[in-house]
Design a binder for this molecule. Structure first.
Ligand SMILES: [Ca+2]
Ligand SMILES: [Ca+2]
Length: 353
């Protein structure tokens, strides 16, 4: 596994209200999201991005399912013009299992990027500044790669696909623990120094044979179910509705449900938007799901490609609707990288676990 998680911020509105009249925020897709976060027009027409307003509230915080010693984070970032008050806006960074931030990327008042290292969790030391500029008000694709080591650590920052800070043979460990948290905007618990918009987030590690280094300026597209697939074992609520409509209508009152372990339901998904020469780095099945009673309630993400199918690890559900994700980095039909053709021909869905 190398690609761990993606979020295009297209399929949820943080300020949409739940049944108690409270904003849903990330509905579990992020461990924490600023209560002030809003959905705004994204980098491309008919897509959305996330706005993290200046002031209290903080940013977007994603905890990984297991500890890593190396991480790559990429996101499109747009910084609002800000006052040169001496406060350094942080754009993205990582924390260890002791909840100490270890490294981050900041932006200076002149738009140059900074590689930041924290030694005790609450202050940052500037390791390097870029020569290149990420001008305010424009979208820039910013990536950081951090490899933890006492003597051969790596901290690299890329701006729009170009390496702008490269630090090797660093002590990036400094007694820190393994990495578990990625954040966009300020470190958890801190104010946002400047309004920051984010889009097209990916998180990867350096293991595996693909997606183990910078992916470059990438996009995250949401493909909704658009027709029935070959597996149809789950029931539709309410009956009479098409299952693919129930899972793609954005309405929590319509859904599909299963009571027996092993039941599968698959869908034909919308085709990938037209691109010149798309490289598909991975497919994340994203499910808004809950269990309906106490006790075991689990699902697995499902992919069917040609004569092959694959399921994810078990996903443990809660009583409350929450987003759950399952990454399929490779096409199970041959265990090869996805192509536009194989992706468009595949079906995706769920299996009760
Ligand atoms: Ca988006
Ligand atoms: Ca629905």
């Amino acid at each position: 596994m190398a690609l761990l998680f993606i979020d295009g911020f297209d399929h949820y509105d943080p300020q949409a209200l739940d049944s108690f009249g409270e904003p849903w925020l990330a509905r579990g897709k992020a461990a924490y999201l600023s209560p002030q976060a809003t959905r705004i027009p994204g980098r491309r027409p008919s897509s959305y991005a996330l706005r993290l307003p200046a002031g209290p509230g903080g940013g977007y915080v994603k905890n990984l399912p297991s500890v890593r010693s190396a991480l790559i984070v990429g996101a499109a970032v747009r910084v609002a013009p800000f006052s040169n008050t001496g406060e350094l806006p942080v754009l993205m960074g990582v924390r260890d299992t002791a909840a100490n931030m270890t490294h981050a990327v900041g932006i200076d008042a002149d738009g140059r990027l900074r590689a930041l290292q924290s030694r005790n969790g609450d202050w940052f030391l500037t390791l390097a500044r870029s020569v290149a500029t990420a001008a305010a008000r424009g979208w820039h694709y910013i990536e950081m790669r951090l490899v933890q080591s006492d003597y051969s650590g790596v901290f690299e920052v890329r701006l729009n696909g170009v390496s702008v800070i490269t630090l090797y043979a660093l002590n990036t460990l400094n007694g820190a623990n393994g990495l578990i948290t990625v954040f966009l905007g300020p470190p958890p618990g801190q104010e946002t120094a400047v309004t920051i918009d984010v889009d097209d987030l990916y998180i990867a590690d350096t293991t595996g044979t693909i997606n183990n280094t910078f992916l470059g300026d990438v996009r995250v597209d949401v493909l909704q179910a658009q027709a029935q697939g070959t597996q149809a074992q789950w029931s539709v609520l309410p009956s009479g509705l098409q299952a693919w409509q129930a899972v793609s209508d954005g309405d929590d009152a319509t859904a599909i449900t299963a009571s027996t372990v092993g039941m599968r339901h698959s869908f034909d998904m919308a085709a990938l938007p037209v691109m010149a020469s798309p490289a598909v780095h991975g497919v994340q099945v994203t499910m808004l799901a809950r269990k309906t009673d106490a006790g075991n309630g689990r699902v697995r993400g499902l992919v069917i490609s040609g004569a092959q199918s694959a399921v994810s690890a078990d996903i443990v559900l809660e009583e409350q609707l929450a987003w759950h994700t399952a990454m399929f980095e490779l096409n199970p039909n041959g265990n090869v990288q996805w192509t536009e053709g194989t992706l468009n021909a595949a079906e995706f869905g769920v299996e009760a676990a």
